[in-house]
Design a protein around this ligand. Structure first.
Ligand code: FES
Length: 288
């Protein structure tokens, strides 16, 4: 079944960009029916729900049904933030059509799962702080940062060597952050950021990344910057918060150099972007 092939890649050691797309194509027939079913049982006033195409860090093992959505990174005066697009009243979502000429519409609907569809942080018109704000706890190095301080590029100067004893050193330096917070720094959603040489190669389509489908390549070139990639850090299985190089036991499940969810051992590859599809849940009516 294509979905299973998508989740459990062959042991070739080669990334499977193309099959990720095959999997999402297979999903479409399922997704349309699911969207109709959800629309029928939820508040008709809910916005932005339905079949949604998105770009994810690929789910490579475990029970998670799909990858986690990538958030385009922006860097201004050395500070990192995540792109929040313009509200489109006709669609009821915030959307950046054809991001980077990729043909892919980056949308707030990408985050409408796991209860986040009810979170004020992803209300499309909400004026929120789009900076990536440090949320120390998972990584020792972030203990040197103040909680709520904006992430800056210079915090990652050692990204080509950094390691924490889990998996290999030098494959990327991660951080846990809050995104879309209120002015007082509360109420954001969990995001993980990694700076890696692999991301720089992805953006340039170097080596094996030359196999990326053209639209995904264009999206990644636009959505990453200076080797930084970011994703909404909510496992698509039962909504736990996973981590890149955060769990000692992840090696038992092949997740020591990847994103590992400790709840039921799902693994995601931050260096394998795939276009995928899911049925986003309608966003309940909310005061603006
Ligand atoms: S694997 Fe079950 S919540 Fe992540």
């Amino acid at each position: 079944m294509p979905l299973d092939e998508d989740k459990y890649p062959a042991e070739t050691g080669r990334r499977r960009f193309v099959s990720g797309v095959v999997g999402s194509a297979a999903l479409s027939s399922v997704g349309v029916g699911g969207a109709a079913a959800i629309d029928a049982v939820t508040d008709a006033a809910g916005e932005g729900g339905g079949t949604t195409n998105f770009v994810a860090v690929e789910n490579t093992a475990g029970p998670a049904p799909r990858g986690m959505p990538i958030i385009p990174v922006e860097i201004t005066d050395g500070e990192l933030s995540g792109l929040w697009p313009e509200y489109d009243p006709s669609q009821g979502v915030a959307v950046a059509p054809d991001l980077g000429g990729s043909g892919i519409d980056y949308s707030s609907a990408w985050f409408q799962y796991c209860g986040i569809q009810s979170d004020a942080a992803i209300y499309p018109q909400a004026e929120r702080n789009n900076s990536f704000l440090s949320s120390p706890g998972s990584f020792d190095w972030q203990g040197d940062t103040e909680k709520g301080a904006p992430l800056t590029v210079d915090m990652f100067d050692d990204y080509e060597e950094w390691g924490n004893g889990i998996g290999r050193a030098g494959i990327g330096k991660p951080a846990s952050v809050s995104w879309r917070t209120t002015d007082d720094g509360s109420g954001g959603v969990p995001v993980q950021v990694v700076r890696s040489v692999e991301v720089e190669k992805m953006a340039n389509g170097e080596g094996e990344y030359g196999d990326l489908p053209g639209n995904v390549q264009s999206f990644i070139s636009e959505a990453t910057s200076q080797g930084f990639i970011a994703w909404l850090n909510k496992c698509t299985h039962f909504c736990c918060v996973p981590g890149f190089k955060t769990q000692e036991g992840s090696a038992n499940f092949g997740g020591e150099n990847a994103i590992y969810c400790q709840c039921h051992q799902s693994v995601y590859d931050p260096f394998s972007p795939v276009q995928s599809q899911f049925v986003s849940l309608p966003r309940p009516p909310q005061e603006g």
